[in-house]
Design a protein around this ligand. Structure first.
Ligand SMILES: Nc1ncnc2c1ncn2[C@@H]1O[C@H](COP(=O)(O)OP(=O)(O)O)[C@@H](O)[C@H]1O
Ligand SMILES: [Mg+2]
Length: 77
């Protein structure tokens, strides 16, 4: 809380893929490994897909590249 973390790296260095892994949005052909992947004290890797979907989109969200296509001023958060 009250902190912003920025991950900066050159294009193609894996920033988007890393965040897709946190979101659980990589295809099931991807292998996701982490010593720890927790959000708000919840171990994301221990959740079932349906439990995870309750958090992703609500408490964790992602603005994809080309934000003009992702953000619609007609809708609030
Ligand atoms: N952890 C990874 N393991 C294997 N391939 C990866 C990994 N991270 C990124 N890549 C490959 O590199 C490409 C570019 O990564 P991406 O996350 O889109 O970079 P960025 O968002 O930093 O520009 C991906 O499409 C994927 O092919
Ligand atoms: Mg990217």
């Amino acid at each position: 809380p009250r902190e912003v973390l920025a991950i900066v790296g050159e294009s193609g260095s894996g920033k988007s893929v890393a965040m897709l892994a946190v979101m659980g949005l990589l295809p099931n052909t991807a292998t996701v490994k982490a010593d720890r992947m927790a959000f708000d004290g919840i171990d994301l890797l221990a959740l079932s897909p349906s439990e995870r979907r309750k958090i992703v989109g609500k408490d964790i969200s992602m603005i994809f590249q080309e934000p003009i296509a992702s953000l619609n001023p007609c809708f609030t958060a």
